[in-house]
Design a protein around this ligand. Structure first.
Ligand SMILES: Cc1cc2nc3c(=O)[nH]c(=O)nc-3n(C[C@H](O)[C@H](O)[C@H](O)COP(=O)(O)OP(=O)(O)OC[C@H]3O[C@@H](n4cnc5c(N)ncnc54)[C@H](O)[C@@H]3O)c2cc1C
Length: 536
């Protein structure tokens, strides 16, 4: 035990002499615990090299990279909920699944072995839990620890985190580097527009973010409000048991069918070692996705006609594709919706589901009255109306006594905020799998930490001194939840390293191979005098 403590804390102690005292206390306490029969509760460590906030897909990924690339760094994962998996544990609605392939949504370092490339939520959650267990990351997680406030001191080169622990007790945890893996939305509640008459509705209103475990929709008339990824997942998943499902959308979305099983990836897995098969399947999907995305952005009209043509071929005659499946925007202004094996189209063709494009005038006792005058009867109304964007789980960010609004900062390489020292925040791609960028950001974090150790630096922060860099507040997607949050999202700049390319190849070059000391990331040594003053 003592051996393990000392291995993990060598680096930390060099930076923080106070930790030596704390560590000695822990080591002494261990000896006492061995010599006394009386039960002894070991005090929890409260100072770390790195704190990761969030034990979802990104937090587990960062922990893996830290253990691999910075084995001497001490770290902990603070998680507000009582489970790992984040998104993949929270969402429990029928049919919950990925809309990216698992060879890119899965980690680069751990092959996805499932037969289906478009996988269901429980399989994704198992994959994340198994990854955490396999690499001993599960032992580094402190559950029910919500970080409320993070305050940086340049004099101490440390973050002080105010944490609400189990049963609401307040804790203080300190660290040298703060890595946010806290996702991008509010876990407490989803987005719910305030419609008139909602309280009059005699049936049940359900939001997919808070799906009641015992909701029985067999033989019931269901209306799903929305046209995004959640709505197009729910409609076919509920259509089998429900009497009928109506998808009510204000405006259409691009919907593309894709095989749930990837025959090439499965063939590779049958013939090759898992690691190699995973790498090849992953690269195939990365390159295809980049090709289709770039083609759609370069020739939007052609891409639009192709996507609508594909939907028409799936739906056959009798469906007004112009009205219900022809969006007003160009492909990839918003994320495309993927349906595995055309399940939504099949449910519509089979008459089990209907799409209505209209607006809600009011809820009635028996359903919805639409602007066109049409009425939809319902026993259950599902509001698949999206997420509330919330960065850092609402954590307050303070640097040297001054509050920081991320919306006033520039995003550096899509992972750090300008003038915020020793701080990174994982944000995945919006046009490809989240994990592709999350993995690269984690590698880059480790490169930064190792570079600081080599140079004897205590902290670093990206700083823009180039007046010709123009800040741009346009979010990466035109989707409602992004638009609603544009004032709190860090801005991008007009050129590298402040511009977001949403392109894996470019990011790989910049983050895996690019120079750390690029003249923008400014490194500082600890202010020894300030440190002594701060410590009295
Ligand atoms: C329904 C749904 C389907 C999706 N499907 C896909 C897909 O197919 N492909 C894709 O690429 N992306 C998809 N996404 C995006 C998805 O969120 C990411 O793929 C990925 O799961 C994000 O992982 P994360 O760990 O960064 O964040 P999250 O999964 O959101 O996890 C964040 C964790 O941080 C914790 N946390 C937050 N704030 C604090 C705090 N202050 N203190 C302590 N803990 C905190 C939360 O409790 C949570 O456990 C989907 C999102 C949703 C909602």
């Amino acid at each position: 035990m003592r051996q393990r403590i000392s291995e993990r804390t060598v680096m930390r102690d060099r930076q923080n002499p106070a930790a030596v005292v704390a560590n000695a206390a822990v080591a002494n306490a261990d000896t006492t615990a061995r010599s006394n029969v009386t039960a002894f509760k070991r005090p929890e460590q409260t100072d770390f090299d790195v704190v990761i906030v969030g034990a979802g897909l990104s937090g587990i990924g960062v922990a893996y990279h830290l253990q691999r690339d910075c084995p001497n760094k001490s770290f902990v994962i603070l998680e507000a909920r009582d489970a790992t998996g984040g998104t993949w544990d929270l969402f429990r609605y029928p049919g919950i699944r990925s809309d990216s392939d698992m060879h890119t949504l899965g980690y680069r370092f751990r092959p996805w072995r499932g037969e289906k490339a478009i996988a269901d939520g429980p399989s994704i959650l198992s994959y994340l839990n198994e990854t955490a267990r396999e690499y001993g990351i599960d032992r580094k997680i402190r559950f029910n620890h919500k970080v409320k406030r993070a305050s940086w001191s340049s004099a101490q080169a440390r973050w002080t985190l105010e944490v609400s622990g189990p049963d609401g007790q307040a804790h203080t945890i300190t660290c040298n580097f703060l890595q946010m893996c806290s996702g991008y939305y509010d876990y407490d509640s989803g987005y719910m527009p305030g419609w008139s008459g909602m309280q009059r509705f005699a049936g049940q209103i359900v939001h997919p973010q808070k799906w009641p475990e015992d909701l029985d929709y067999s033989g019931k008339r269901v209306v799903v409000i929305g046209s995004g990824a959640t709505a197009v997942t729910l409609v076919p998943a509920m259509a089998d048991k429900a009497a009928h499902v109506t998808m009510l959308q204000r405006s259409p979305t691009y919907i593309v069918s894709r095989p749930a099983k990837d025959p090439i990836a499965n063939w590779l897995h049958a013939k090759l070692p898992a690691g190699l098969a995973h790498a090849l399947a992953r690269w195939k999907n990365i390159l295809l996705q980049m090709y289709f995305y770039n083609a759609a952005r370069k020739k939007p009209e052609a891409a639009k006609q192709r996507l609508i043509g594909l939907a028409r071929a799936e739906l056959g005659s009798g469906i007004d594709v112009e009205k219900h499946f022809t969006p007003r925007y160009n492909p990839w202004d918003q994320r495309l919706c993927l349906v595995p094996d055309g399940d939504l189209f099949k449910a519509i063709r089979a008459g089990k589901a209907t799409v209505v494009t209209d607006e809600i005038e009011t809820f009635t006792e028996s359903g919805l009255k639409l602007r066109s005058g049409e009425e939809l009867s319902a026993d259950i109304i599902v509001t698949a109306t999206g997420l509330v964007m919330r960065l850092m789980g609402g954590m307050e960010l303070v640097v040297d006594g001054k509050p920081v609004n991320p919306g006033d900062t520039l995003s550096y390489k899509g992972m750090m905020f300008s003038d915020v020292p020793n701080f990174a925040s994982t944000f995945g791609y919006t046009n490809a799998s989240w994990t592709l960028k999350a993995d690269l950001s984690a590698e880059y974090l480790c490169r930064i930490l190792n570079a600081m150790d080599r140079g004897g630096y205590a902290y670093c922060a990206p700083r823009n001194t180039d007046p010709s860099v123009i800040p741009d507040a346009t979010p990466p997607l035109a989707s409602g939840y992004m638009q609603r949050a544009k004032d709190v999202l860090p801005k991008q700049g007009s050129r590298r390293p402040w511009k977001l390319y949403q392109n894996y190849a470019k990011d790989m070059v910049a983050l895996r191979f690019g120079k750390i000391d690029d003249g923008v990331l400014v490194f500082s040594r600890c202010d020894e005098q300030g440190l002594r003053r701060a410590r009295g």
